[in-house]
Design a binder for this molecule. Structure first.
Ligand code: GLU
Length: 455
């Protein structure tokens, strides 16, 4: 059974890069009929906060990503991490190290002065514990292999390897009895029976040390898949400078969850030239062989395009509810009437909100260009038009026909009638098609707005 996990550190809300990682893990599990789990990596007690845990879970829930089991909290598992460290100690694959912080600092400085990377020199690796200094609590270090290479066949990166001489004996249990992060992750992934570790490629270098823990415990390693990170348009790590980065920001800016998922899945993964994918299609098609090695770039304009596609596919009732959640003053019936026309051009829910404000009242003050259309002549024309509209059935087809024949009878082009009319009704020069705009407002409101400008 394939089991994946998303392992966020609860130090903030759900970042778009983390959502990307969660999505890939979730899709891979779903695609293979497996299970997707969550582990909250809350061992950094300074920075981890319960409210960040809720924010991350809420962000995932908004995206429709739910784990198949209750989340595991890493901090609750420290006794188990220590137990495994003791097992490694008992089997001789780990040893106690009594180096003091001062000795370790001196060791690093010496290495640096000699132009070597600052590594632990193995002082206690083969030294007799009987020589341990009194009053110093020991840390436990992995007895990592010194010869050969550690090789990882990564499902995205291919074969990656390092000479074991490059890796020092890492601490797995600190002198205060707390586990180190790299050790904890291995124990947790093993106990959670994770088969595939899919995560950002910034963790690739950690994998060698983690692989060593698996090997020395005699545990089979999971498969690893290190996915390239998301960069900004300029190729640097995505940050606030580039635009929204938190999933909540995207939600608040009016992106639909299915659109964000659709956009995210295409960052670093592809299947032929498929661009617009529903969640069901993603589950059907997603696999790791479609994940590329190049960093992807966040393209906000493209996200807007994808969101527009999903807005047009969305049920009008749902969009009405979304708009009214942001602007309750807009009438639900009028909004529902205009929604099919409105969503044709919008890219975000916020644009839908802006585009439907005319239903409450015309823009105030009027857009300068719109005001410019309301000349003495066009006001007189609108007054005359009002007389025709009183007789007209307020359905888009009938309204369109009425406007056309009015224009023709007056020797005008349709636009010469529709534009001043639009200015009068909305205070703007752009709105959904004029017949749909009028039908949504209804006869009473249309005639009142015409009169307000005509007099
Ligand atoms: N907690 C790590 C992070 O948030 C994830 C580690 C992992 O996936 O192994 O970057």
């Amino acid at each position: 059974m394939i089991r994946t996990r998303f392992a966020p550190s609860p130090t903030g809300t759900l970042h778009i890069g983390s959502a990307h990682t969660a999505l890939f893990n979730w899709l891979f599990a779903r695609h293979h009929g497996g299970q997707f789990l969550i582990r909250i990596e809350d061992t950094d007690r300074e920075r981890s906060r319960p409210e960040h845990v809720s924010a991350i879970m809420d962000g995932l829930a908004w995206l429709g990503i739910f784990p198949d089991e209750a989340p595991v909290f890493q901090l609750t598992r420290q006794a188990r991490h220590a137990e495994v460290a003791m097992e490694l100690l008992a089997s001789g694959h780990a040893y106690r190290c009594w180096c003091t912080p001062e000795e370790l600092t001196a060791m690093r400085e010496k290495a640096r002065a000699e132009g070597r990377p600052p590594r632990y020199d193995g002082t206690w690796r083969d030294r007799d514990p009987a020589e341990a200094p009194a009053g110093v609590a020991p840390a436990i270090r992995l007895r990592a292999p010194r010869e050969g290479r550690t090789i990882v066949d990564d499902l995205v990166q291919g074969r990656v390897e390092v000479a074991n001489t490059e890796l020092d004996d890492m601490i797995i249990l600190r002198s205060d009895g707390t586990p180190t992060y790299l050790h904890a992750v291995v124990v947790d992934d093993h106990d959670m029976r994770i088969t595939h570790v899919i995560r950002g490629d910034d963790h690739l270098t950690n994998t060698f040390r983690q692989a060593q823990v698996y090997d020395l415990m005699g545990w089979s390693r999971p498969e690893f898949a290190h996915v390239p990170l998301i960069h900004g348009a300029d190729g640097t790590k995505l940050s606030k400078r580039h635009g929204a980065t938190s999933v909540f920001e995207f939600r608040d800016q009016g992106y639909l969850p299915e659109a964000l998922l659709n956009y995210l899945v295409r960052l670093g993964w592809g299947h032929g030239d498929a661009e617009i994918l529903s969640v069901e299609e993603m589950i059907a098609l997603f696999d790791l062989d479609g994940v590329g090695r190049a960093a992807s770039r966040m393209d906000y304009a493209k996200l807007g395009h994808v969101n527009g596609v999903w807005l047009r596919r969305a049920e009008d009732e749902r969009l009405v509810a979304e708009v009214r959640a942001r602007a309750p003053e807009i009438d639900a019936q009028k909004l529902l009437a205009i929604m099919p026309a409105l969503k044709e051009r919008a890219r975000t829910l916020l644009e839908l909100v802006e585009g439907s404000r005319f239903l409450v009242a015309p823009a105030s003050p009027m857009e300068a260009k719109a005001a410019g259309l309301l000349t003495g002549e066009s006001r007189a024309m609108l007054q005359e038009l009002a007389g025709v509209l009183v007789e007209t059935d307020f359905a888009p087809g009938a309204l369109d026909a009425a406007l056309r024949s009015f224009a023709e009878a007056n020797g005008k082009k349709l636009g010469d009638v529709a534009q001043p009319l639009r200015a009068a009704l909305t205070g703007r020069t752009t709105s959904p098609p004029i017949d749909a705009t009028m039908a949504a407002l209804g006869p009473g409101e249309v005639l009142a707005r015409i009169r307000a400008v005509a007099n």
